[in-house]
Every structure is written in structure tokens, then in C-alpha cells.
Write a protein that binds this ligand. Structure first.
Ligand SMILES: Nc1nc2c(c(=O)[nH]1)N[C@H]1C(S)=C(S)[C@@H](COP(=O)(O)OP(=O)(O)OC[C@H]3O[C@@H](n4cnc5c(=O)[nH]c(N)nc54)[C@H](O)[C@@H]3O)O[C@H]1N2
Ligand SMILES: Nc1nc2c(c(=O)[nH]1)N[C@H]1C(S)=C(S)[C@@H](COP(=O)(O)OP(=O)(O)OC[C@H]3O[C@@H](n4cnc5c(=O)[nH]c(N)nc54)[C@H](O)[C@@H]3O)O[C@H]1N2
Ligand code: SF4
Ligand SMILES: [Mo]
Length: 700
């Protein structure tokens, strides 16, 4: 079929338009959208893009269902009932934009820091996610947002250890002889990495999954190690202990390319496998065997992911694991080392795109998105600054995804808070808006993407015209800037011009236009000869920068927050990893995908279920001091004893009794990176009589 860049073609044969998957997923797939007379009829993986290899996950292969969903918001909406009631009336763009600028101008005249943008990675696109929006809020002098909700603990840990979000190339996992999949359900959340891991497996590699939950990935690995949540640093330190005890070390690599070996050695020797086994709740033999596998197999690769980060000691855990490849010299081989995130390797021109120079001379304060619950309820004070009076939410659904929902809901329900939500759908968050603005989807707008899994840049061309009156995020902020009287030329840049600015000359834009993606030129084995992007140029076991902040310069095991204080009386540890057919809270309203997930479920081990009289399929109440949510129990050995898995993240209004898993999660933050601690959460569960329990179908 001929390729076309035209968004709208006259009546003619179908065309295919090249794009990129916008979702918060490490795979950043290349898309091919079939367009038949202006209608997108099919979204497929681009077979020419090596990482995508023509394959998409189930979610995005249903993309047309999401884009043409009958509940898409297609006009601006103005609130017509009480906050949170979800009652809105359609209005024209002029009325909406005028209403919004009037209110924001009035607040800004008093104090622009009372205005807060709230966005995350609903689209990962650099144009629709971090360009015109940032210019707008910088010029306005609004509060800045600390975007911590996902990855900042691990990011900070990598910066302190390896020097940045750098690591192995995803494709070389296929050549490894041992792969540790550590804190990741790759089949569910990183499918295209899993394809390389399978290739390695076919070539004889051993695969080990380290995850408290027995995931579908764990099922397909040779070995599954199920530590208690929040104990990975103890496990990593015990592995170091064994590497030292058996001298499975690369002394030459350590001497030339690491910093702080003597101190780390001393720390690790305090962690014999027996001690770690006690902390982690796994057997001494499993730890010994893992250490032997890791110490004696070459090349050995670690796919480290986000699961271990969402606890108090998440940053330290990532630091501990990130030390391992330097101890064994695994980095010498291109199929050895570690990958958490590749995104630090892209030559993104963020200063050009975001224009922080537009900010007022006195840099506005920063609010942590992970504590939005508390911060919306905070009064003005010298330490905090002004009360938050206005929120502009886009690319995020905080009422569903932020921790400690009851606080978040209370904050969004404030009658004096002015809230604007840019959305495709009337999410839990949009229900609390004063104005909802209809945003375009990836099929309808331009964008350019980096990846946090592979190392290719992708261009997304619009395949179809915007549906209804939808406008791209960048267009909406351009419109708002014009009405606010921002006259700098940068507020006139088109979406396509922003695509060109994102990487400037560092990426061949003509290649992006002709093939849809461009691969960065990077060394195959980035640290074979050291050269880490840390201040010392070495892998920093000991971080002088952390020590200078008064923190431990070495990685250590930090027990979970919830094991201390009043929460410690709740007996079960709850983690809430993603459901495979949702992406965070995106897709929960897509009927065919929700049908696969069935209903909100809590996996509970047979012993824990029996002790509480909970039958498979029963409605349960999961509760602690913060709140309670309702879902259906799945009595299953996917849960380890003492740990329950509340699969996320359902829209509250599509869950049971308007609740979801974040009713019980806390706003406590991680050791590094100020990130949330979703998986550091103690609860109790009980069965209770609920009308939904009778005759409801079992979830798959
Ligand atoms: N299908 C699907 N794919 C997704 C997403 C989605 O919602 N759905 N979300 C996307 C996003 S935003 C992200 S950040 C990534 C996240 O993807 P991953 O990095 O893979 O992280 P999670 O899926 O959050 O958790 C991975 C695994 O960690 C386990 N885990 C929980 N606590 C611990 C612990 O203390 N230690 C260890 N070792 N493991 C633990 C969980 O049981 C889970 O199976 O995936 C992306 N991809
Ligand atoms: N309990 C628990 N909570 C969690 C997690 C967990 O594992 N457990 N995971 C956490 C993680 S890793 C993350 S990353 C966060 C994610 O949290 P969010 O970033 O809020 O992600 P989503 O829930 O997918 O919501 C994204 C929203 O953006 C909208 N959107 C998409 N594209 C566009 C666009 O182009 N324009 C506009 N205006 N809107 C768009 C979508 O419709 C969707 O409603 O959730 C966190 N919450
Ligand atoms: S969500 Fe991930 S696996 Fe699915 S199409 Fe997008 S990038 Fe690919
Ligand atoms: Mo995330």
C-alpha cells in the first residue's frame, strides 16, 4: 500500500500512515494506521521497525475502538452540577477559553504560584506532553510540578550509581546466557523486551524472575524467586556477599572502573544469605543458587524494572542491584550489564522545547505530584506558599492513580478550586472539572517520541482529522497563550515545528519522515571500558553526592515505612501492579479490554484466604487507616503468603462501590527521588456480604 502523509485523502484506496504508540510503556512501538477515506480502520505494528517487529499488545491493537469510542469528549464542556457530579453542558471553544483565561488571569494577578499544572505520561510525546504546555506555565509563573509518580526513585538511583538513565541495549538481551527479570512483569508491561528474552531462552539462556507475585512472566522463566515487597536491597547485598565469598569478582574491572569498593565490600559482608533469607522470606538455597548463577554465567544481564521502586527503600534497592554488573565485570560484554531505562541516552533539546527561560526571575515553587492529596488540602503558609487555587490537568488521571485517594478526592472536591481537564474521556478526574477540553488522540495529531526501553526516535504523523472539535494539547496551550496575551514568537510554533525542535540537528528528521524512526548511534557495550557518566567516570558504589546530602553513601536495605508506626498492625502487604489489559487507568473504559479483565480483583494465597473465610470470587473489603476498597477475591498461588495483589488501576466509577486500590495506598515517599510508595502498604482483608457477590461471573 502507498504511504501517505496526508491526514485526509480524497476518495481513493486505503493508505497507511506511520506513527508511534504514545503510551507510557518502555516499548514505544512503531504504528501503521490504515486509513480508508478519512477513517482509521486498523492500527498495526510496523514490521519494518525491528523492536516492534509488526507486533502490538492487545491494548493498542484495539486502538480504533478507543479513538472512535462513543463516549469520546468531542466538544468543550462546562460544569453544570455540583463538583464531582459529572454533570456538564457543551459550550463553544470561545466560551471555554474565555472562561478559563478570565479565571486564571484573576488568580495570576494575585499570585501565579496558586496555579498548578498536573500532567504525566498519558501521552509520552514530547510535543503533546512537554512543549507548549511548559512554555505556557513557565511564562505564567505557575507552580512547577515535580513529576515523580512513576520512575524518579530509580532514576535518582541510576544517576547516583551509573551516572544517568543509561544501560544495555534492549536487543542484546537476546544474546545473554542468564537474564534476571527483576521487579518486572515483562509479558504484561514490556512485551517487546520479552521477545528478546525468549530468543535468549531458545539459545539456552536461563531466565530468573524476581517478583513477589507469580506473574505470567514468572510462569515462563526457569526460576521464580518471590521476595516480600521492599526487600530487594537485602537480596542484592546477599548476592554481593556470595560473589565476594566465592571470589566470583572481576578484580580488574572493579579496580579500574568503580569507586568505593572497600566500603561496599564491608557492607555486603554484613549480609550473609541467612540474614537476607529471613528479611526477604525466601530460602537460603535460592539465594545461594542465584548468586552462583549470576557469578558464574557469562554474559549475564539484568532487566531491572519499576516493581522494586515503589517502597520506602526503592532508591537504595535500585542502587544495590545496579552495583552488581560492575562487580562481575558483566558490562564488558554487550549482552551483559543492566537496563532500567534508556531514556537518558536521547539528545532531547528540552530547553528549546520547554523554554524555562520564560519563567519569572524568582523561580516558582515546586509541588510533588505524588502528594497532591495533601497539597490540595494545605492552607497558605510561609513554608508552603499560597493555597492551590487552580489546577490544569492533562495526560493524567490523578483521582484514580494518585495515592491515598480519599485525600485526593477531598482536594478535587473543594468548591473554591478551579479545575480544567484536557481529556479524551470523562475520567474520574474529569468529573471534578470546571471545564473539560476535548483533546486529540495519537491518530489525530503530530508528535515525536523517545523511548525508555529501546534507543530509537519515532515520529507520529496524524492519520485522521481531529474528531469533533478536539484540539491537540499543544494547540490548546497555544490558544490559551494567545488569549493571555503572551506574544513571544515561540507561542506561535506549530505542532510540526515543535516535532523538529525536539531533537534539533541531533536526529535526522528527514529519516524520521521517510521511515518513521531513527536509531541513535550508540556503542554496543557502553561501559566495557568504564566511562560511566558519573562525576568520577566510574560506577559509584559509594556516592559522595549522596553522602554530601547527609545520606548513606552506600546502598543499604531500608525496611518499608509501613513496618513502623501504627500501620504495622495490619497483617497483609499489598502490592498493586498493573492489569495486563489496562495501561495505568487508560483503557479501563474500553469495553473489549475491560471484558478481558472482568472485574477488579485481589489475588490472595489460599492460606490467607482460608484464615479469613474468603472464598474464590467473593467480594472482599481491603482496608487500613486510610480507607477501604472493594473487589473480588481470586484465591490463587499467584499471591505469596502474606502478600496480596490488588491489580490496578481501575477507574473508581467502573470499580466496585466507586472505589479503587488507591483508597489504601499512602502518600509517604521513597528514600531517593521523592517518589510514591504504592507497594509499601499494609492492609487487612475481610469477606462481607455484597449484592455484587451473588452470581457474578469469575474473572479470568
Ligand atoms: N500492560 C501494561 N503495561 C504497562 C503498564 C500497565 O499499566 N499495563 N504500565 C506502564 C508503566 S507506567 C510502567 S511504570 C511500567 C511498569 O512496569 P514494570 O516496570 O514491569 O513494573 P510493574 O508492572 O509496576 O511491576 C513489575 C512487577 O514488580 C512486582 N513487584 C512489586 N513489588 C515488588 C518488590 O518489592 N520487589 C520486586 N522485585 N518486585 C516487585 C510486581 O508484582 C510486578 O509483577 O509498565 C508500563 N507498561
Ligand atoms: N496503586 C497504584 N497506583 C499507581 C500505579 C501502581 O502500580 N499502583 N502506577 C503508577 C504509575 S507507574 C504511573 S506512570 C501513574 C500513571 O498515571 P497517569 O499518568 O495518570 O496515567 P493514566 O492513568 O494512563 O492516565 C492518563 C490519562 O491521559 C489521557 N491522555 C492520553 N493522551 C492524551 C493526550 O494526548 N491529551 C490529553 N489531554 N490527555 C491524554 C488518557 O485519556 C488518560 O486518562 O499511575 C501510578 N499509579
Ligand atoms: S502499549 Fe507498549 S507494547 Fe503496546 S503498542 Fe504501545 S508501546 Fe507497544
Ligand atoms: Mo509508570
Amino acid at each position: 500500500m502507498p504511504m501517505s502523509s496526508a491526514a485526509n485523502t480524497p476518495r481513493s484506496a486505503p493508505v497507511q500512515v506511520r506513527g508511534a504508540c504514545p503510551h507510557d510503556c518502555p516499548d514505544t512501538c512503531a504504528l501503521l494506521t490504515t486509513v480508508d477515506n478519512g477513517v482509521a480502520t486498523r492500527v498495526q505494528g510496523n514490521p519494518d521497525h525491528p523492536h516492534t517487529d509488526g507486533v502490538l499488545c492487545t491494548k493498542v491493537s484495539r486502538y480504533t475502538e478507543r479513538s472512535y469510542h462513543p463516549e469520546r469528549i468531542l466538544t468543550p464542556l462546562k460544569r453544570s452540577g455540583p463538583k464531582g457530579s459529572g454533570q456538564f453542558t457543551p459550550v463553544g471553544w470561545d466560551e471555554a477559553l474565555n472562561g478559563i483565561t478570565a479565571r486564571l488571569s484573576a488568580i495570576a494577578a494575585r499570585d501565579p504560584e496558586a496555579i498548578l499544572p498536573y500532567s504525566y505520561a498519558g501521552t509520552m510525546g514530547m510535543v503533546q506532553g512537554e512543549s507548549m504546555d511548559r512554555r505556557f506555565f513557565h511564562h505564567l509563573g505557575a507552580s512547577q510540578l515535580d513529576r515523580t509518580i512513576c520512575a524518579s526513585a530509580g532514576a535518582e538511583a541510576l544517576v547516583q550509581t551509573l551516572g544517568g538513565k543509561v544501560g544495555m541495549k534492549m536487543e542484546f538481551f537476546a544474546e545473554a546466557q542468564l537474564i534476571l527479570i527483576w521487579g518486572s512483569n515483562s509479558i504484561g508491561s514490556n512485551l517487546h523486551f520479552w521477545r528478546y528474552a525468549q530468543q535468549a531462552k531458545r539459545n539456552g539462556a536461563r531466565l530468573v524472575c524476581i517478583d513477589p507475585r507469580k506473574t505470567e512472566t514468572a510462569d515462563k522463566c526457569h526460576e521464580h524467586i518471590a521476595p516480600r515487597p521492599g526487600t530487594d536491597a537485602a537480596l542484592a547485598l546477599a548476592l554481593m556477599h556470595e560473589l565476594i565469598a566465592h571470589d566470583w569478582l572481576d578484580h580488574d574491572y572493579i579496580a579500574r572502573h568503580t569507586l568505593g569498593w572497600e566500603q561496599l565490600r564491608e557492607r555486603a559482608l554484613q549480609w550473609p544469605p541467612e540474614r537476607a533469607a529471613e528479611v526477604c522470606g525466601v530460602s537460603v538455597e535460592q539465594i545461594r543458587q542465584l548468586a552462583k548463577d549470576y557469578g558464574t554465567t557469562k554474559p549475564a544481564a539484568i532487566r531491572l524494572n519499576y516493581g522494586m521502586q515503589r517502597v520506602r527503600g526503592g532508591g537504595n534497592a535500585v542502587r544495590a542491584v545496579a552495583c552488581l554488573p560492575a562487580l562481575t565485570g558483566a558490562w564488558r560484554h554487550r549482552a551483559g550489564g543492566l537496563l532500567l531505562s534508556s531514556s537518558g541516552q536521547f539528545p532531547a533539546q528540552r530547553g528549546v522545547l520547554q523554554r524555562p527561560d520564560l519563567m519569572p526571575a524568582k523561580t516558582p515553587r515546586t509541588i510533588n505530584m505524588s502528594t497532591i492529596g495533601d497539597d490540595l488540602l494545605r492552607a497558605a503558609s510561609p513554608a508552603f506558599g499560597p493555597r492551590i487555587e487552580a489546577l490544569v490537568v492533562y495526560n493524567s488521571n490523578p483521582v484514580a492513580v494518585a495515592p491515598d485517594s480519599s485525600k485526593v478526592v477531598q482536594g478535587f472536591a473543594r468548591s473554591d478550586l478551579f479545575t480544567v481537564v484536557l481529556e479524551h474521556f470523562q475520567t474520574d478526574t474529569a468529573d471534578y472539572a470546571d471545564f473539560i477540553l476535548p483533546a486529540t488522540t495519537q491518530l489525530e495529531h503530530w508528535d515525536v517520541h523517545l523511548s525508555y526501553g529501546h534507543t530509537d526516535v519515532l515520529l507520529n504523523r496524524p492519520a485522521i482529522e481531529p474528531l469533533g472539535q478536539a484540539r491537540s494539547n499543544a494547540q490548546i496551550f497555544r490558544d490559551l497563550a494567545a488569549r493571555m496575551g503572551f506574544t513571544e514568537p515561540c507561542f506561535a510554533d506549530s505542532d510540526e515545528a515543535l516535532c523538529r525542535q525536539a531533537f534539533g540537528d541531533a536526529v535526522d528528521y528527514a529519516l524520521l519522515e521517510s521511515q518513521g524512526f531513527a536509531t541513535l548511534a550508540l556503542p554496543d557495550a557502553p561501559f566495557a571500558e568504564g566511562g560511566f557518566p558519573t562525576p568520577s567516570g566510574k560506577c559509584e558504589f559509594f556516592s559522595a553526592r549522596l553522602a554530601a546530602q547527609g545520606l548513606d553513601g552506600l546502598p543499604d536495605h531500608l525496611p518499608n515505612h509501613e513496618l513502623q508506626g501504627s500501620s504495622a498492625r495490619y497483617p497483609l502487604a499489598m502490592i498493586s501492579p498493573p492489569a495486563r489489559n489496562f495501561l495505568n487507568s487508560t483503557f479501563v473504559n474500553v469495553q473489549s479490554l475491560r471484558a478481558i479483565e472482568g472485574r477488579p480483583v485481589l489475588e490472595i494465597h489460599p492460606d490467607d484466604a482460608q484464615a479469613r473465610g474468603i472464598d474464590d470470587g467473593a467480594v472482599v473489603r481491603v482496608f487500613n487507616d486510610r480507607g477501604s476498597y472493594r473487589c473480588h477475591a481470586t484465591v490463587s498461588r499467584r499471591a505469596r503468603p502474606g502478600v496480596i495483589n490488588g491489580l490496578g488501576v481501575w477507574w473508581r466509577k467502573l470499580g466496585l462501590d466507586g472505589t479503587n486500590v488507591n483508597e489504601v495506598t499512602s502518600q509517604a515517599l521513597t528514600d531517593l527521588g521523592r517518589a510514591p510508595t504504592f507497594y509499601d502498604c499494609l492492609v487487612e482483608v475481610d469477606a462481607f456480604a455484597h449484592p455484587a457477590a451473588a452470581g457474578a461471573p469469575h474473572a479470568a
